[in-house]
Design a protein around this ligand. Structure first.
Ligand code: CO
Length: 166
């Protein structure tokens, strides 16, 4: 297994739109094992999107159980070709990103979502989730469309915050 380099803003790859995964083969499995190892190598990291490691495929990994504070969660998840089917209960919530290490921001996110995706075998699944897990999924899905939280804030003076190092 190999740790993958996490690209940081303003790397142009982060602004590209990722492609649907069509081949569920051994090269996908090898990438996923490196991708998960990379996520797990970052303390408190709860999600990663494939374009953040330079792979422009619609793949995200989520693991809210790794958060600094406990949240209800479904454990480690890999969502391939995810699509939001339903979203409701929008709130402004604080978020960070491994690709923007020095800042956090307040972003409007749905606190309840239903997401369709394919698992690592290519089987169609749906997941209904809420709160921090729903929030993290939306953040990672934005990466698949080349969207960073910097693109979602209108007033940096009140919505962008220097990250407190811990
Ligand atoms: Co991010």
């Amino acid at each position: 297994m190999t740790l993958l380099k996490v690209l940081e803003y303003p790397e142009p790859i982060l602004k590209q739109v990722s492609k649907e995964v069509v081949q569920f083969d051994s090269s996908l499995e090898i990438f996923l094992s490196d991708f998960i190892e990379t996520l797990n190598s970052h303390k408190y990291c709860v999600g990663l999107a494939a374009p953040q490691v330079g792979n422009l495929q619609r793949i995200i990994a989520i693991d809210i159980s790794r958060a600094r504070k406990p949240h209800p969660n479904n454990g480690p998840l890999i969502l391939i070709n995810p699509k939001i089917l339903e979203s409701s209960n929008f709130k402004n919530v604080r978020e960070g990103c491994l690709s923007i290490p020095d800042f956090t921001a307040n972003v409007k996110r749905a606190m309840n979502i239903v997401v369709a995706y394919q698992n690592v075998q290519g089987e169609a699944k749906t997941l209904a989730t809420k709160d921090f897990e729903a929030h993290a999924i939306q953040h990672e899905m934005d990466h698949l469309d080349g969207i960073l939280f910097l693109d979602k804030i209108s007033n940096p003076a009140s919505e962008l915050f220097r990250r407190v190092k811990y």
